[in-house]
Ligand binder design. Sequence first.
Ligand code: MN
Length: 522
Amino acid sequence: MNSNEVDQPNVVVFDTTLRDGEQAPGCSMRKQTKLKVAHALDALGVDVMEAGFPAASPDDFAAVQLIASELSRPVICGLARATEADIEKAADALSPAQQRRIHIFLGSSPLHRRFKLKMSRDQVLERAVKAVEFAVATGAQVEFSPEDALRTEHDFLFELLDAVAAAGATTLNVADTVGYSTPVEIRQLFGRLHQRFAGRDIVLSTHCHNDLGLAVANSLAAVEAGARQVECTINGIGERAGNASLEEVVMALRTRADHFSVTTKVNTEQIIATSRLVQSAIGVPVQRNKAIVGRNAFAHEAGIHQHGMMTNPETYEIMKPEHVGLDRSEMVLGKHSGRHAVRQRLDMLGRGLPEEAFEALFVRFKTLADQGLEVTDDDLLELLGDGVATQQWQLDNVQLGYTAAQAIASVVLSDGTEKRLQAAFGSDAMEALVRAITTAFCLNPEGLEVRSQRVERDSENHAEAWVEFSLNNVCYKAFARGRDSVMAAGSAALRAVNRVVTEGLPNMRRPDQFQTSLSVGE
Ligand code: MN
């Protein structure tokens, strides 16, 4: 929150990561994972949390109920179709919550009325009003969403919203369900709604999808015209191209408070932690250049940028990384980084060097960076010979061989104190290597998928590889680059395995209990 701007109106942040986000393919979460994310959203300070769609499945019901009983600060919301059965389910699941909201949706556009609902305008109106009255009687706050509102005739949309407001809905969520609107169009619509409901105890809400990449722009345009609730998700996950991304909306409102003149109650310092939790909960990473939370969002690798940044960060930074909870030391060093950046990083690590020693280190740094790799603090310390590395396991040696039908890989892995030797077969060298690495830790991955692609960059042939598998129903994905696809796949597998070793898995033996690997002493 911008404490110096408390007199500015507040925009309610309605998070639907656990509902709209979770229902997207590849983003489903189990109950305990949802609870973990819910706690993170609570710490983040969202006002309303849509915890699920209780009538959708017994699992969804149980997750909403669990979140409603565990969290006390935010309003907990459950989605319901405009039927008594759905509303009763939602009310039941929400009953342990301190503050409950039932979110009712019903198609309003001609397409939805005709082809999905087979209902006339009057029938839609009547069903909506009955549903809202029924929900109000449960004692919960009631939010109503005309589904596909942005493709609904304005006269009917207004008639419908008037009617549900009269029936007791206090939040009117004008949903751009299919991501069709544009900023100018949605600003005009919210301008008219704002006038229509002025002076009444009604919150106008926006719910935008990103099919045309406009979800955040449209949400902000709605806020400009008077919307006081934004529905959004962490990392922008959600149906199809996703929902408006919470972190982008919130940071736009904060960074350009001069323009929007509103505030939110979000603790922006929690953004990175929440984003990373959601990425690992669903096993779907955000793209590197994703605004606010992508790994490159605050990285200024190019030497000339880094020099400017060090003189005054505002030369290239409109937001401070600390404001989203990012440690400045995560600034990336790479092949474009100059002496200045490397020297500063060493100083920051308390390892400043005399000129000659620095030059020698810089040459080794460039050699490493020229392989197309990022150079982390740990890498730098390793170059210095500190060997502090990382308790993590690394690939010491790889050998590949082939039989008529299969490939075989043998690996030597070490974590600095212990070595493991393991061999495994696979249908190709990439799979054999990945299997050797996972087998060294007694892991038996299910649904193993290994993909790679060549990357032509600066006349060097690099490869990128993705490794994906699940263990005890938890999905692990990792990505890495390497000098060829096999080595990239090996690095990716090692990253995934390191995650398993660091975080542990239910029913997993601790690393010191692994038995089948062969110790081959130092
Ligand atoms: Mn949606």
